[in-house]
Write a protein that binds this ligand. Structure first.
Ligand SMILES: Nc1ncnc2c1ncn2[C@@H]1O[C@H](COP(=O)(O)OP(=O)(O)O)[C@@H](O)[C@H]1O
Ligand SMILES: Cc1ncc(COP(=O)(O)O)c(N)n1
Length: 264
């Protein structure tokens, strides 16, 4: 038996906690072979993103052509695409990208918008209609819908509104709303349900969103049905947070740990 191949189209996090470094780690720990198309380089650590250098869209597509010409990609995750050109270029390939999980990275951890709003519309019109799953966090869902999102009902309403883009499944992630539980809203086939797990009290949450989306893609590549994949990705993130909870790597938000197979 050989592993399924999965592709991440994402940015590099020099600090190692998020971006394609987190994706490749989640791929390996979820049993798939990871390939990576790099969209941006970030000068980043556990505390901040200091600078972003975009890879030209033409070189993003050159990487995509090289991977797709040779490797049996069974699922794709997108992360920080960073420019309208790159979002639209990836959207042009989307009909050929199976099990596409789109994690729209649009704001930094302080909630500040990272890119011009033309990037948001390229996601809404170009990429979401082709996605099997989209995974905005609270702030991104708020930015994309213009809604204030405070309650579970607000999350459900935002997920339903984003489903109108044509995405197969919408997850509004609630990591930005600490509580007793970490709650995410999932729209699928016309109804909304909630994913709930115990809140893990730790500062080491750099890469939770990347890890959730990458794990979902890894499971879809292994033919796990989408709702099961989301339940399992949620448990994986919880276990990864628990494993790294006491680490002190960096002065800011440290990385997630490595769950063992029996953890999740
Ligand atoms: N401290 C935490 N304890 C448990 N689950 C968490 C915690 N922080 C985030 N999560 C979960 O991690 C996943 C990623 O969500 P989130 O952190 O909102 O994404 P992003 O990194 O894109 O902001 C979601 O399933 C969310 O509920
Ligand atoms: C290159 C890159 N991509 C994505 C994120 C978001 O990370 P998170 O998973 O913590 O939302 C990041 N900080 N850097």
């Amino acid at each position: 038996m050989q592993p399924a191949t999965v592709l991440t189209i994402a940015g590099s996090d020099s600090g190692g906690g998020a971006g394609l470094q987190a994706d490749l780690k989640a791929f390996a720990l979820n049993g798939v072979f990871g390939t990576s198309v790099v969209t941006v380089l970030t000068a980043q650590n556990s505390a901040e993103i200091r600078a972003i250098e975009k890879v030209p869209a033409a070189f993003v597509t050159a990487q995509l052509d090289a991977v797709l010409a040779d490797l049996p990609v069974a699922a794709v995750k997108t992360g920080m695409l960073a420019s309208e050109e790159t979002v639209r270029a990836v959207a042009g390939y989307a009909p050929r990208l199976p099990n596409l999980v789109v994690d729209p990275v649009l704001v930094n951890s302080d909630g500040v918008q990272l890119f011009p709003s033309t990037v948001d519309s390229a996601y809404l019109e170009g990429l979401f209609p082709h996605a099997a799953v989209i995974t905005p966090n609270l702030r991104e869902a708020s930015l994309l819908t213009g809604r204030k999102i405070i309650s579970d009902d607000d999350m459900a309403a935002a997920a339903t509104e984003l489903a109108a883009t044509g995405a197969g499944c919408v997850v509004v992630k609630g990591g930005g709303r600490p509580g007793i539980e970490a709650v995410d809203a999932v729209w699928h086939e016309g109804s909304v349900r909630f994913l709930r797990s115990p809140w893990v009290g730790t500062r080491n949450n750099h890469g939770t969103g990347c890890t959730f989306a990458a794990t979902t893609a890894a499971l879809l590549a292994q033919r796990v049905p989408v709702q099961d994949a989301l339940d399992r990705a949620k448990r994986y993130v919880q276990a990864a947070l628990e494993r790294g909870a006491a680490w002190q790597i960096g002065s800011g938000h440290g990385p997630l740990g490595w769950p063992t197979a029996t953890d999740h």
